[in-house]
Design a protein around this ligand. Structure first.
Ligand SMILES: Nc1ncnc2c1ncn2[C@@H]1O[C@H](COP(=O)(O)OP(=O)(O)OP(=O)(O)O)[C@@H](O)[C@H]1O
Length: 228
């Protein structure tokens, strides 16, 4: 589903943010992308979303070479992915229900489908009783649940979470990771970029580690650091 072939990225001719990355992520996988600050995780995600293009190499998503993709096809590519952010990025003047409905409205869904689907997703993320609340009335963990609901409402093939537990305490972080794994168990491919060592170690999923732009480790059922 995602293939990086000899992908390198350098910004404005500086040293590599990513260097000669080769990765193959299959449909239905759950993958942690780990590495310290500046290792290249955000660059990796920007390349996936085609917010940046590789300096060299090819990125293939669902059999489409996105390096060759014309500008007008980028929105369709982005609709195949849902994104969850560390800082939630909810609309403060909309309720929980409206935040999620809005993601369906802007992609042209019918009102009838929105009315049917939003409550289902709210129940899946455990927020049925908060539909009428505003983001400022929610805990961090609840806000991130809304962020996840919004990211999956249009059934993306790939869910990308960029440091999704960075603003949460350990208990809420664990709950959010569980929810991401539930979503993965229903068939969505999930990529989680994170520093959260404890969470990664608990989950025992595939770990891809970057260090100074290089892929230094790619293990099935791995830990945040090398097991010694
Ligand atoms: N727009 C940019 N222009 C120039 N250099 C950049 C740009 N974005 C990132 N870089 C550089 O690329 C390298 C990788 O950065 P990146 O943001 O991908 O790391 P990261 O692993 O996501 O770090 P963090 O966890 O802090 O977000 C860093 O050296 C960074 O300074």
């Amino acid at each position: 589903m995602i293939k990086f072939e000899n992908v390198s990225k350098s910004y404005k001719g500086e040293k590599f943010a990513l260097e000669d990355i080769n990765i193959d992520i299959k449909k239905g996988e759950f993958v942690f992308l780990v590495g310290s600050s500046g290792a290249g995780k955000s660059t990796f995600i920007k390349l996936l979303l085609k917010e940046e293009s590789p300096t060299t190499g090819r990125i293939i998503i669902n059999d489409i070479d996105t390096t060759e993709l014309s500008r007008r096809k980028i929105p369709k590519l982005r609709r195949s992915m849902g994104v969850v952010f560390q800082d939630f990025r909810l609309l403060p003047n909309k309720t929980v229900y409206e935040n999620i409905a809005f993601a369906m409205e802007i992609t042209g869904n019918k009102a009838k489908d929105i009315r049917r689907k939003v409550p289902t997703i709210l129940s899946m993320v455990g927020l049925s009783d908060k539909a009428k609340s505003y983001p400022s009335e929610l805990s961090g963990g609840e806000q991130q649940r809304v962020g996840i609901a919004r990211a999956i409402i249009n059934n993306p093939a790939l869910l990308i979470a960029d440091e999704p537990t960075g603003n949460l305490d350990p208990k809420n972080a664990t709950e959010i990771m569980k929810l991401l794994k539930d979503i993965n168990n229903r068939g969505t491919t999930v990529l989680v970029a994170t520093h959260a060592k404890d969470q990664v170690d608990k989950m025992m999923q595939r770990v891809i580690a970057l260090d100074h732009g290089k892929l230094v480790r790619d293990v099935e059922r791995g830990l945040y650091n090398d097991a010694k």
